[in-house]
Design a protein around this ligand. Sequence first.
Ligand SMILES: Cc1cc2nc3c(=O)[nH]c(=O)nc-3n(C[C@H](O)[C@H](O)[C@H](O)COP(=O)(O)OP(=O)(O)OC[C@H]3O[C@@H](n4cnc5c(N)ncnc54)[C@H](O)[C@@H]3O)c2cc1C
Ligand SMILES: *[C@@H]1O[C@H](CO)[C@@H](O)[C@H](O)[C@H]1NC(C)=O
Ligand SMILES: *[C@@H]1O[C@H](CO)[C@@H](O)[C@H](O)[C@H]1NC(C)=O
Length: 512
Amino acid sequence: MAVMRLHTLSLRALLLLGFWQTGRRSLASVPELKEQPKKIAVVGAGIGGTAAAFYLKQEFGPAVKIDVFESGTVGGRLATVKMGDYEYETGGSVIHPLNLHMKEFIEKLGIPPRKDVPSKMAIFDGKELVFEESDWFLINFFRLLWRYGFSFLRMQMWVESILDKFMRIYQYQQYGYSFSTVERLVHAMGGDGFLTLLNQTLEESMRGEGFSQVFINDIVSPITRVNYGQSVRINAFVGAVSLAGADSGLWAVDGGNKRVCSGLLYHTKSELISAKVTSISYTVRPSKKGGSTSFYEVNYVGESGAAHSLYDIVVIATPLHQGKSDITFSGLTPPIPSHYPGRYHQTVSTLVQGMLNVSFLGTTEPPSEFTVSEVLTMDSKGSVINSLSSLDPVHIPEGYKRPPASHTKVWKVFSPQPLTREQLDSMFLSYDSVSETQWLAYPTYRPPHRKIPPFILHDRLYYINALEWAASAMEMSAISARNVALLAHHRWHEQNRKIDQEDLHTRLRGEL
Ligand SMILES: Cc1cc2nc3c(=O)[nH]c(=O)nc-3n(C[C@H](O)[C@H](O)[C@H](O)COP(=O)(O)OP(=O)(O)OC[C@H]3O[C@@H](n4cnc5c(N)ncnc54)[C@H](O)[C@@H]3O)c2cc1C
Ligand SMILES: *[C@@H]1O[C@H](CO)[C@@H](O)[C@H](O)[C@H]1NC(C)=O
Ligand SMILES: *[C@@H]1O[C@H](CO)[C@@H](O)[C@H](O)[C@H]1NC(C)=O
């Protein structure tokens, strides 16, 4: 992703970081009359499902048994592939410095962040590189100032003001507050202004803030294209997340981001069940003490055939959309569809080990001096690719230096369609291996949005990926996982005053 080394972290955000470190645990003093749940199922072992296992253990204590179902590989959209001697990220790759849950996970698991290798960005208009970052901060600063006036600085201030409000979620969650819908969660962070962000395009919002169309086309659109494979017509909330993804200080997990998922499973002593969940139904049974108890029956198909188990609580941690998962729900009112409306956007991630044809980028620089690592692209008619980046391995060996373009090395191309042989041949002078992954990567964002699916699907059946319709990112799945764990806990113990509280920001201000 893009890195523009011009950003400073907001002061308020840093204060919150301090708060985070010393923050206290939620409630616990409330007398708990009801027994804890015995068994919880989580469907999906991506970052959302494994983070849910972590927070569910935190809420319900060590005795609860958690089964995590996974039909593919642990990590889901966090995945690596091997090229030559090293592994490389092919899915979700970078994490923002203020993504506090991801930070907490690696600290708890004792996994270090990956060593930083400085990057250098350029923007390609389909014919040539129209902007190329220099190694010198001041040169970048004056180049941007020359072309766009203060737009660049104003954009950073705009994103920072949104990020400041976004950070409130950590305080709410620290105090144990949860939300039943995406709209309520987003409103608690930033009020009506945030709901408008959700319902407007990034372009509309930025035009409303006085940014020029030229600036939006030249700078903003390449950033949304690299991060979400889509234009500036995505919603302004995910747009702001995308622009924050152009901040400095982005990091990744040493050895691959998916290590967090397997680490969380191990840490929480969850049982990984390698099976595909096919259907979930609700059953009521007479209990020993008289009366009745109800369970969710999870039906699944694994290597040893079909089976089913009963659970007190079920958490769905995979998108309920076309092409993503097919789970049938039965015996539930109101009924839950297998697929909610809305599609996931295809991004093809092609890793190529080879030698780049730098003339393809219209540059006359000799390849031995071409050290750009991130090429973003403008939204032009003939543009085949969304981005091109020089990849570093998931673990940076001692003394590693990113080679220039004159060397054979690993490049990553994002494109909406698979690259043809001809396209590869024109971009690379030679290549010895190619690895292609076709992702249904993130929602196709088309605001205004009619209705985002709820976090609560049924009494004790929850859904994490609803929050992706505000924005899709590792941290968003983690935030949603914590929200769902809190919801599950409060609803189990009937503590409604921790759900959907209005005006939390004002009420908690005194608590800081
Ligand atoms: C190419 C690409 C680049 C990205 N870049 C970034 C980035 O730089 N930074 C960032 O923060 N985010 C990025 N993202 C987004 C990020 O990867 C996702 O938001 C995040 O990984 C979603 O995690 P999740 O656990 O919610 O879903 P998933 O990772 O999709 O996990 C769902 C899991 O459920 C499993 N499953 C599905 N159906 C069933 C079933 N019926 N039974 C059992 N298991 C089932 C799936 O196999 C999958 O493993 C990127 C995504 C892509 C694809
Ligand atoms: C490299 O790219 C240029 C410009 O697109 C093209 O004319 C040339 O044929 C390419 N070289 C190779 C070897 O494909
Ligand atoms: C978004 O806009 C649509 C259509 O204009 C409207 O129906 C919906 O209620 C709006 N949602 C929010 C959260 O404002």
